[in-house]
Design a protein around this ligand. Structure first.
Ligand SMILES: [Zn+2]
Length: 96
């Protein structure tokens, strides 16, 4: 059997090893960009965010990719900037 390289766990809030862009996103910016919240002031939006999410109000910009026929759940992540893909924790668990 071929020996596999040990796969590194992806830090979803870290930097992309391919292009160096940070995957850490700000939930406030994300909500502010959503026209659904246009009627809210920054203050109201901040209050809503505090109610809806937990500190430090960060989210990962990584795109979750699922292959329904392969695995029920997130199979790999894709960098939104350079489109490189990285195995998810689920994949690492199954293949190692
Ligand atoms: Zn990238």
């Amino acid at each position: 059997m071929k020996k596999k390289n040990k796969q590194k766990k992806v830090n979803q809030y870290g930097k992309c090893p391919q292009c160096g862009e940070s995957w850490e996103g700000d939930i406030f910016d994300y909500m502010r960009d959503n026209k659904h919240f246009n009627h809210l002031s920054d203050f109201e939006l901040y209050e809503l965010m505090k109610k809806s999410y937990e500190a430090p109000y960060k989210w990962s910009r990584l795109i979750n990719i699922e292959y329904k026929d392969k695995y029920d759940g997130i199979w790999e992540y894709q960098c939104p900037d350079c489109k490189a893909t990285f195995p998810s924790d689920n994949q690492i668990r199954l293949t190692s």
